[in-house]
Design a protein around this ligand. Structure first.
Ligand SMILES: Nc1nc2c(ncn2[C@@H]2O[C@H](COP(=O)(O)OP(=O)(O)O)[C@@H](O)[C@H]2O)c(=O)[nH]1
Ligand SMILES: [Mg+2]
Length: 391
């Protein structure tokens, strides 16, 4: 359903997007809401904006408390390693235990419910990279409506690179996974790959608007997409449209309302009686939608599968770099999205590097001859070794 917002509301949202100050942003969002007409087409959007406001309000409170030295839970966790993965689940499913077993982080494991009140990070090694696992406070019904730390927990998930949805196989796993997915969906976090992806990279003023369609626009013309973006004052940006997108999905991207997070299910306590039967039920329910790792914090069974499954689900690749005239390549890889090119690698090494790029040499198993001299558009794969030559 299109929102058909009036021009002044669209302009207001442009101000919201440009604001970096939480208080000011909050104020602008309030003004946006008063400009948005209330009808079916805007209901979802307004609810989403109100949720964003609630998260902002709590962030402001949190900052105030910390400034006053009063402590209280700290909800933002700095990203480290190849990806940040948030562990979500109901209370007592074993989130703290997983963190302790998999990452050696010091956490409090307890049979008392709701022991963990703020996010706790730890590093999970996988081959030559590490994933940052973060235990979130327990989810419960009503989390997306602001119950307990629900909104902050979901905001944590929205900011992550991926999710572990954890269930306890001693309890009904279908009930647990449905509850988690419902709360995620209410804040418009999707765990299955959407048919379309719209990325908006805002640029400096005067850069102009570039729209690149890698897939297809389904229900409108290119001009209509351009007009919609301009209506929201998205005039200096690169907009990339992947897959089969509708005009609604482009509008969603402007509001950053729908987020896709790759996810795996960790089914814990496989050591207990009845766990196998519950695992079968869960597998039948989930089908091929999400990968499931059967696990036990107690015995460690399944631990080696967790890193591997996260790696596969995130769609990332590891690329090693080599300096010209140096025999060995880097021990630590660069982690890039699947489908990245030599140009993307150069850009992630240094923003200047991509401009001075001349050519690269690539060593790879799939090549008949290594090294091969390639251009910036050469697509990379996991395990490739790259030597970049500058002009
Ligand atoms: N049998 C069994 N008990 C577990 C396992 N993992 C966790 N527990 C127990 O479940 C309870 C809750 O664990 P905790 O990690 O604190 O759960 P959280 O609330 O999700 O962080 C504790 O009593 C743990 O000892 C497991 O794999 N098997
Ligand atoms: Mg815990």
């Amino acid at each position: 359903m299109p929102t058909n917002l009036p021009a002044e509301a669209k302009r207001k949202w442009a101000e919201v997007a440009a604001s970096r100050n939480p208080r000011e942003k909050l104020q602008l969002m309030q003004e946006f809401l008063s400009l948005a007409p209330k009808h079916k087409g805007t209901a979802k959007l307004c609810a989403q904006v109100k949720k964003q406001m609630a998260v902002l309000r709590r962030e402001i409170e949190e900052a105030k408390r910390r400034k006053a030295g009063k402590g209280g839970p700290k909800f933002f966790i700095e990203k480290e390693g190849a990806a940040q993965i948030i562990i979500l689940g109901l209370t007592n499913v074993g989130k703290s235990s997983l963190l302790a077993t998999a990452t050696k982080a010091r956490v409090e494991v307890s049979s008392a419910p709701y022991t963990t009140k703020e996010p706790v990070p730890g590093m999970l090694p996988y081959e030559d990279i590490q994933f940052q696992l973060v235990e979130a406070p327990a989810l419960m019904e009503g989390a997306a409506d602001g119950r307990a730390w629900g909104l902050q927990t979901l905001a944590l998930a929205r900011n992550a690179d991926g999710l572990i949805l954890m269930v306890d196989l001693a309890q009904d796993p279908i009930e647990q996974i449905s509850l988690i997915l419902e709360e995620l969906e209410k804040t418009r976090i999707l765990v299955s790959k959407p048919k379309a992806r719209v990325e908006i990279e805002r640029k400096f003023m005067g850069a102009g608007l570039r729209i690149i369609v890698f897939g297809k626009i389904l229900d409108c013309t290119f001009k209509e997409v351009e007009d919609l973006l301009k209506g929201y004052r998205v005039t200096d940006a690169v907009v990339k449209i992947y897959g089969e997108a509708t005009l609604n999905e482009v509008e969603d991207a402007i509001f950053e309302s729908t987020a896709y997070k790759p996810a795996i299910i960790v089914a814990n306590k496989i050591d207990l009686e009845n766990a196998e039967a519950n695992l079968k039920l869960l597998e039948a329910y989930v089908g091929t939608q999400l990968p499931i790792v059967a696990f036990s914090c107690k015995t460690g069974k399944g631990l080696e599968k967790i890193g591997e499954t996260i790696f596969k689900t995130l769609d990332i690749i590891r690329v090693y770099t080599k300096e010209p005239n140096v025999k060995n390549f880097s021990e630590k890889p660069f982690v890039l999205k699947k489908g990245s090119t030599v140009y993307d690698l150069a850009k992630s090494i240094h923003s200047d590097f991509s401009e001075k790029f001349a050519y690269a040499k690539v060593w790879a198993k799939r090549l008949v001859f290594s090294p091969q001299k390639v251009g910036a558009a050469f697509p990379l794969e996991d395990g490739d070794i790259v030597e970049i030559h500058a002009k």
